[in-house]
Design a protein around this ligand. Structure first.
Ligand SMILES: O=P(O)(O)O[C@H]1O[C@H](CO)[C@@H](O)[C@H]1O
Ligand SMILES: O=c1cc[nH]c(=O)[nH]1
Length: 236
């Protein structure tokens, strides 16, 4: 067991809750902590990757940014699972909508996450891993959506290595049934599988790849409350 703090996280083991909400954006992490948590305490700001622990409806929860992309997510989620005894990571991300039926601000729950990145190679498996979400976390998210009449979509996403894609790349993944494109869920699901822990990615559609509509920077940082409350409702 590596000693905590780590070089990436100033928190000591025990200062991070068993469930962590993980947006990519540090300012979304700050927004969540300040708007929804009671007694939020900033316990790490190494590299401006904010990590807070507080309470939601009396239950301890942490919120920590992952940064953008598989490399960044892989470091923080690995440390949370292996060095901080975290059981569940709920990604609360933005994503580009691929399926033409999607609208801005729709919520997609990533049941499975394909990728064009090479992170799976680290596990040296004798085959191809299928990165997927934990079913019990999906069930909780869907139960919350039903109770609050929120029309979520549960389906596969493409977790890309990049952000700026060719039309051909987007078209091929869309034809394979991907609902949306984002950048961290595959690495998160792989790390959860390796650690024997739980993860799910909830994504709010912030861009529509088929018509160019998109949310503003401010909206990405400080809105998406439906998804955030859904994630917080899942904390045990
Ligand atoms: O809004 P977040 O959670 O950062 O997620 C998405 O937004 C970033 C790209 O703008 C990538 O991290 C992508 O996965
Ligand atoms: O990866 C992402 C995230 C948000 N919007 C996109 O278009 N792509």
């Amino acid at each position: 067991m590596t000693q905590t703090p780590t070089i990436h996280n100033a928190a000591k083991c025990g200062e991070i809750a068993r469930t962590v909400l993980m947006p990519g954006d540090p300012l979304r992490a700050k927004y969540i902590a300040e708007k929804f948590l009671t007694e939020p305490e900033l316990i790490s700001d190494v590299r401006n990757i904010y990590c807070y622990t507080g309470r939601y409806q009396g239950k301890e929860v942490s919120v920590m940014a992952s940064g953008m992309g598989a490399g960044s997510m892989s470091i923080y989620s690995y440390e949370l699972f292996h060095f901080y005894n975290v059981d569940s990571i709920i990604r609360v991300g933005s994503a580009g909508g691929l399926h033409p039926s999607l609208h801005l601000r729709d919520i997609v729950i990533a049941i499975a996450s394909s990728t064009d990145n090479g992170y799976a190679a680290h596990f040296e498996l004798p085959g191809t891993l299928a990165p997927c979400a934990d079913y019990s976390l999906i069930e909780k998210a869907v139960a919350y959506a039903k109770k609050h009449d929120i029309p979520v979509r549960v389906g596969p996403v493409i977790s890309g290595e990049g952000f700026y894609y060719s039309d051909e790349w987007l078209d091929k993944w869309t034809k394979m049934g991907m609902l949306a494109a984002e950048m961290e869920s595959a690495a998160l699901y792989m790390n959860a599988a390796e650690a024997g822990k739980k993860a799910v990615a909830l994504c709010t559609i912030s861009d529509l790849m088929f018509n160019g509509k998109s949310c503003s920077t401010k909206e990405r940082q400080e809105s998406f409350d439906e998804m955030l409350q859904m994630a917080l409702s899942m904390v045990e």
